[in-house]
Design a protein around this ligand. Structure first.
Ligand code: ADP
Ligand code: MG
Length: 620
């Protein structure tokens, strides 16, 4: 029977599991879910308000943070205490942002070192993680208010070019905000998902995602194949976006009305006012031919034609980035199947036209470009929540993962193309009597011998209590979490000693290397199989020799002289076969030795069992 949860605080029914999608943007952030009734991705908004929350944090004189529209008001009136674009600082040191330090109107700690930047507000210091967590907390509270249920799990998006440190910083911000970050996904991947791209199993497509936001421009070329998104290349300009379009209009009006740069610098209210009117004009011109208002007794006007003329060089820059991205992915415009438009500024018709002309086909712009990333994150969240069983989980392991066993063989625990997260366990045992340590070597690749694969890690399970060979039960488990981190654990089940290690299988492997490893396994398949069969036969032969040897040493009295002689001969024959490259010969000799030893082995068993009944322990 299914259980229905009730939220004690609000009395409302709780859903099985709600995971939200969050676009943590440089300019605007928002939260989206799959609507429980319509099943459509939906951005959350309080009635009659925008779904967008400006990514701005203002601190009042007591140091209390306010986020969103409320904070935006303070951009010009209280710039030192109003933090915008915190995302630009994620995972960065002052060295990284030095070149653009003039951009920030608040105090960024400028000790010129490798350490991560902090922002100073009054006498308090905030890391970009702290600042992002304030934004996430605000989004979480909003969502809880609208949904009337606690929101604790989220998928958060990041730019495709974010490195490990920046992704981890985003994850930490989520944690600080009280969110369990189920997965970090790339913004262009999310945007594609919102268009339903990549959800069909047999789909193979090359996609360009053009994202012109408030302050940044990104172009990403993605390849989707059977639900797997691969970033072929990214390009862009981290200081080019809607703000620059606004600035062209401000400049135009200044010359029209007769305002100097100096006046603008002196008069904050003037510059703030002009900037806001310019943004208004830009938005208006996305669906009208002329903008005109009266402002302080002056007429501020601009036509669409004029605006397009002004922004032409800026659009040109983005197209240049597209050219570079295509070149990096070794593709041409013709190879792109679908173009996805993201970011508020792609509403500008001239932008759409330029992109469409460059790629030679119409662009996809039917989904709201401000919301498309969050909507896609919600689609991914829904798949993770298990509500959408028709769709593939999007991440798989590109190469097999396993450990080294006797004779240098690769024993695969997680085969390639396994869906992640995943967990697999298998039992192994010791090779020598009294063996206290067991070395676990983790490899990645498709070849049968570990020497042809890539070693990821190695560790030793120490302190296995003294036992005869073959008796300890060592369970080796592989767990790959949703972030692709592999945790390998070894545990001796009788004694409970255990040891584990964490590795990143993908780390440092380029796509070409993965492809080469796959190709190698195909070209070497036959040879590999033969080698494996030989190694397995040898291992088996060696084990039987060692067991027989031990048995005879202990039970000489049970064996007749003839048996001793024939056993010795069979052992010698097997020993000799092991030195040759013939697995069939080894098998024949193993069989022969078994034939001879079977009768006395059975006799010894009876003895041991009756001995045990008298209170002794069975040992081999
Ligand atoms: P980010 O991804 O950087 O957080 P967004 O995708 O939210 O940014 O884009 C914000 C930018 O989009 C702002 O510069 C805003 O002025 C611009 N914008 C929003 N609506 C429109 C519109 N209708 N026409 C042109 N630009 C718009
Ligand atoms: Mg964005």
């Amino acid at each position: 029977m299914a259980k229905i949860g009730i939220n004690i605080a609000t009395g409302s029914l709780q859903q099985a599991e709600m995971i939200v999608g969050i676009d943590l943007g440089t300019t605007n952030s928002l939260i989206a879910i799959i609507h429980p009734e319509s099943k459509q991705p939906t951005a959350l908004r309080e009635h009659n308000t925008s779904s967008l929350v400006p990514s701005i944090v203002h601190f009042d004189p007591y140091g209390n943070p306010v986020v969103g529209e409320e904070a935006k008001k303070f951009l010009e009136t209280d710039p030192q205490n109003t933090i915008f674009s915190a995302k630009r600082l994620m995972g960065k040191s002052y060295k990284d942002i030095k070149e653009h330090s003039g951009f920030f109107t608040y105090k960024v700690i400028d000790d010129d070192t490798e350490s991560l930047v902090k922002v100073q507000v009054g006498d308090r210091f905030f890391s970009p993680i702290d600042l992002s967590s304030f934004i996430l907390k605000e989004l979480k509270q909003r969502a809880e208010h609208i949904l009337k249920t606690p929101v604790t799990k989220a998928v958060i998006t990041v730019p495709a070019y974010f490195n490990d440190a920046q992704r981890q910083a985003t994850r930490d911000a989520g944690k600080l905000a009280g969110l369990d970050v189920m997965r970090i996904i790339n913004e262009p991947t999310a945007a594609s998902l919102a268009y339903g791209l990549g959800l069909r199993k047999d789909e193979e497509k090359t996609i360009a995602v053009y994202d012109l936001g408030g302050g940044t421009f990104d172009i990403s070329i993605l390849k989707i194949n059977s639900g797997i998104f691969e970033v072929l290349s990214t390009n862009g300009d981290t200081y080019l976006g809607g703000d620059d379009l606004d600035r062209t209009i401000v400049k135009y009006w200044m010359s029209e009305v007769g305002i100097t740069e100096e006046e603008l610098r002196q008069n904050k209210a003037l510059s703030q006012g002009l900037r806001l009117r310019a943004e208004e004009a830009k938005k208006h011109l996305s669906s009208n031919d002329i903008f005109s208002i009266d402002w302080n007794g002056e007429t501020l006007a601009i036509t669409k034609t004029k605006f397009e003329e002004l922004i032409k060089p800026l659009i040109g820059k983005t197209i240049e980035c597209c050219t570079n991205a295509l070149a990096d992915s070794k593709l041409t415009a013709k190879d792109i199947d679908t173009i996805v438009m993201v970011g508020g500024c792609t509403r500008v018709p001239a932008v759409k036209e330029a992109v469409s002309a460059f790629f030679g086909k119409p662009v996809n712009d039917s989904v709201n470009p401000d919301e498309v990333v969050a909507l896609g994150a919600a689609v991914q969240a829904d798949i993770l929540a298990g509500n959408n069983k028709d769709f593939l989980l999007l991440d798989i392991t590109p190469l097999s993962l396993g450990i080294e066993t006797m004779g240098g063989l690769m024993d695969v625990l997680i085969p390639r193309n396994a869906k992640i997260p995943t967990k697999v366990g298998r039992q192994y045992t010791t090779q020598k009597d009294g063996q206290a340590d067991m070395r676990i070597s983790v490899f990645q690749g498709e070849r049968d011998l570990v020497k042809d694969n890539r070693k990821l890690a190695e560790f030793s399970l120490k302190g296995i209590p003294g036992m005869p060979a073959g008796l300890p039960k060592v369970e080796v488990s592989f767990l790959i979490n949703a972030d692709g981190i592999l945790v390998v654990k070894a545990k001796e089940l009788r004694s409970g000693v255990e040891q584990s290690i964490e590795v990143k299988p993908q780390y440092g492997l380029t796509d070409e290397e993965v492809e080469k490893m796959l190709m190698d396994s195909i070209t070497h398949a036959k040879g590999d199989m033969q080698v494996r069969a030989l190694v397995e036969a040898r291992t088996e032969g060696e084990q039987i020799l060692s067991v027989t040897e031990k048995f005879i040493a202990k039970n000489t009295s049970l064996l007749s002289k003839d048996e001793l002689v024939s056993t010795a001969a069979a052992m010698q024959a097997l020993q000799l076969a092991l030195t040759m490259e013939d697995k069939d010969l080894i098998h024949t000799k193993i069989e022969a030795l078994n034939e001879i030893s079977r009768p006395f082995a059975e006799r010894a068993m009876d003895q041991a069992v009756s001995g045990a009944l008298k209170g002794k322990t069975i040992t081999s």
